[in-house]
Design a protein around this ligand. Structure first.
Ligand SMILES: NC(=O)c1ccc[n+]([C@@H]2O[C@H](COP(=O)([O-])OP(=O)(O)OC[C@H]3O[C@@H](n4cnc5c(N)ncnc54)[C@H](O)[C@@H]3O)[C@@H](O)[C@H]2O)c1
Length: 342
């Protein structure tokens, strides 16, 4: 059984972020009645605009987050400027939209920042989730929650499946695991159908989260050294945004996605050195340096995606050689345009 995307009312909470705006544009293209709810206050336009002191590449991130809003506006995706921590105000926005599907993306989406500021991470991640769940019970057909590969903690094997036990390390993973349990509890108590998605190491156009792949490209373009933390052998399941978005579309469409947890990644880990080598190919003058690794970053690897392939026909198509190269090309064009304007 499928639920056609066309005309489906879908609310994306935290939908002006990196994943959310890509997802909104795709759903809109497929004919959904998609609404974005976002405060733009966390890792987004207002946060960069009001930040005090030296923020690396601040003007660039203001430009990129503004571009997201332009794209949403041009695609006629309504943006509801709302802080999802405010229970009554969020409820009122959702009552107006009357979504059939709610996708909960709002969070402090960065492990390093979460460890530095647990209070605000709790607030933006779990408080917003609780508010979204409370509206959704009885009102919504399907609730989709963005968890993370960080719930697994240190990978004991090369690869983890959804059956692997979760031993999160640090604030971010612990809150994501708590979030998963809240979503499941709302299903147990109120029968709210859900899907929990565990992505990992995403990259792609218009990301401003400063994960490794983005920092490598920005440094290389700006003529700075590319710094690898650790000896480069750490392996991550790098995932191009297009693969995740296609997987979420299938999650919305397919009945088999209901009440399931899915790993949703490329499905094959690659080393940081391999990523750095792609950078060296595209920026022959770059210098790669090696520095100490962050002690709280777990050992990771591949997230097995067989379950999503089997149940909902998930089909990742973007290895690093395609996806990362496309991302590099996008950045080169962006910097090329900016230098012509200056
Ligand atoms: N990007 C990744 O590699 C990755 C990996 C695993 C999991 N995730 C999860 O996916 C989700 C989306 O990630 P992303 O990369 O798009 O992050 P992002 O930081 O780009 O987007 C998060 C959005 O949520 C909004 N937001 C935060 N608090 C809010 C609040 N109180 N009210 C309204 N809006 C609020 C922010 O303004 C931002 O636009 C997050 O839950 C993240 O933890 C991301």
């Amino acid at each position: 059984m499928t639920f056609p995307i066309a005309n489906r009312r879908i609310a994306l909470i935290g939908g002006a972020g990196f994943i959310g705006h890509h997802l909104a544009l795709k759903l809109k293209e497929l004919g959904a009645d998609v609404h974005v709810i976002d405060s733009l206050q966390v890792n987004n336009l207002y946060a960069f605009g009001r930040a005090q002191g030296d923020i690396v590449n601040r003007d660039l991130y203001i430009d990129i987050t503004s571009e997201r809003l332009d794209l949403l506006r041009n695609a006629r995706v309504p943006l509801h400027l709302q802080d999802a921590r405010e229970y009554h105000a969020l409820t009122s926005v959702l009552k107006d939209i009357k979504p059939e599907v709610v996708v909960q993306l709002a969070a402090v989406a960065h492990a390093g920042k979460s460890n530095k500021d647990p209070y605000s991470t709790f607030d933006h991640s779990l408080r917003t989730l609780e508010n979204a769940l409370d509206y959704s019970r009885g009102n919504v057909e399907h609730f989709i929650f963005f968890s993370s590969s960080m719930v697994y903690g240190n990978f004991m094997d090369d690869s983890v499946s959804e059956e692997t036990s979760c031993e999160p390390l640090g604030i971010y993973g612990a809150l994501k695991f708590a979030g998963e349990k809240m979503v499941i509890a709302y299903n147990q108590v109120f029968g709210l159908p859900y899907t929990i998605i565990r992505p990992s190491a995403l990259y792609g156009e218009r990301c401003v989260s400063r994960r490794v792949g983005q920092i490598f490209i920005e440094n290389a373009i700006q003529g700075s050294d590319v710094v690898v933390h650790g000896d480069g052998s750490d392996r991550l399941d790098f995932t191009y945004i297009g693969d995740l978005v296609d997987g979420i579309v299938k999650t919305v469409e397919r009945k088999e996605a209901r009440n399931q947890i899915f790993n949703m990644t490329y499905g094959s880990a690659r080393s940081i050195s391999e990523m750095a080598q792609i950078i060296e190919t595209h920026f022959p003058d770059v210098t790669v340096q090696y520095k100490e690794k962050d002690a709280l970053m777990p050992e990771r690897g591949t997230l097995n995606v067989d379950k999503a392939k089997k149940l909902i026909g998930y089909e990742p198509k973007w290895p690093l050689e395609k996806g990362y190269v496309r991302y590099i090309e996008w950045y080169k064009q962006k910097f090329g345009r900016a230098s012509k304007q200056n």
